[in-house]
Design a protein around this ligand. Structure first.
Ligand code: FES
Length: 349
């Protein structure tokens, strides 16, 4: 189910003192498996000091390009991101799961003006979407509002300036810096005043049809709320969290007792008994089943399964819609059984 393929790193380029772009060459025989849509991510599995780590990274290249490129920003305590920034070399091989993810460019048959808000490494999938729109949809325009601490921490800065130069009439970027004052950039974070400035002042003549948001949870929430306050319908706004605030322990579900679980994975049924305090994914992995997962934090959506009998409740969910939950879909890394029996189907999602 969670199939990984060995890919060779073709190129590593430094984006900032703390971030690299890693490009994989896709061999002919894997081309079909690694077809992707702009905005999707890949999951990497690697052993560091004998311990397996899995991490999801968004693709920054566009689907028409020859390589799959991801951006990896070093994060505090981030084992793989530190490793990628210091130890990984061109020519190394990594195990990679084919692209997935629901935060994708929604190609419309009509002309559209698109606006994206990105902060920090949240720029990565937005780069893929912007490149795709600019290259393949000549009727569309794209405004990027991009927040960082300062210029030197701005991932893909050169590529963005190149896009601005190549697509002068169709692409505009508004940089926002929280720790530096620069000409033509706004000072602060992406907040209500920045968003209102973009919508009501700088681009007041533009009717944006679609919005893409990617970054930390606080930025996403404030942007969604401000767009809503500006009368923008929620179905025009697509977003992806890059980090979430920690679970509020008072909101974490901790039911008592045990559940008999039946898991369908790769056409095989596995039965076991689990503690309701555990998440379904943790229990499945404890049984040594090869279920798909990546972030284990409710951010990526790799671990989705369908509950076909019984009930499970999620600690946190920013990905599944109400109708998907009503259909039985859950993020298994967030789901605890609340009934005495539970059937979980990883195959039919
Ligand atoms: S593993 Fe990423 S959402 Fe569950």
């Amino acid at each position: 189910m969670s199939d990984f393929y060995s890919l060779t790193i073709d190129k590593i380029s430094r984006l900032t003192p703390n971030a690299v772009a890693v490009s994989f060459a896709i061999p002919k025989e894997l081309e079909n498996k690694f077809i992707f849509e702009a905005g999707q991510y890949i999951t990497i599995k690697h052993k560091i000091n004998g311990e397996e780590v899995r991490r999801a990274y968004s693709i920054s290249s566009s689907p028409e390009e020859k390589y799959i490129t991801i951006g990896i920003k070093k994060v505090p305590e981030g084992r793989f991101s530190s490793y990628a920034n210091t130890t990984l070399n061109e020519g190394d091989q990594l195990l990679v799961m084919p692209p997935e993810g629901r935060f994708v460019y929604k190609n419309s048959p009509e002309q559209e003006n698109i606006c994206a808000f990105a902060a920090g490494s949240g720029i990565t999938p937005i780069m893929s979407i912007a490149r795709t729109v600019l290259k393949s949809h000549p009727e569309n325009t794209f405004v990027l509002v991009y927040g960082n601490q300062n210029k030197s921490e701005t991932m893909f800065l050169d590529e963005i300036l190149e896009l601005e130069n190549d697509y002068k009439d169709r692409f505009t970027v508004q940089f926002v810096y929280s720790r530096a004052r620069e000409d033509d950039s706004l000072f602060g974070r992406i907040d209500t005043s920045v968003i209102n400035f973009v919508l009501k002042n700088k681009f007041k003549e533009t009717r944006f049809k679609t919005f893409y948001l990617c970054g930390p949870e606080d930025m996403i929430n404030i942007t969604r709320d401000t767009l809503k306050a500006n009368g923008i319908a929620s179905d025009s706004v697509y977003y992806e969290l890059f980090t979430t605030t920690d679970n509020d322990p008072s909101e974490t579900i901790s039911p008592e007792g045990k559940t008999t679980v039946e898991v369908l994975l790769d056409d095989e049924v596995h039965s076991f008994i689990m503690d309701k305090k555990s998440t379904v994914l943790d229990a499945v992995l404890d049984e040594d089943l090869d279920a798909p997962y990546s972030c284990q934090g409710g951010v990526c959506s790799t671990c989705i399964a369908r509950i076909t009998e019984g009930e499970a409740k999620m600690d946190k969910n920013q990905i599944l819609t109400d109708s998907e939950i009503a259909e039985g879909l859950v993020l298994t890394c967030q789901a605890h059984p609340v009934t005495s029996t539970l059937k979980v189907d990883y195959d039919d999602v």
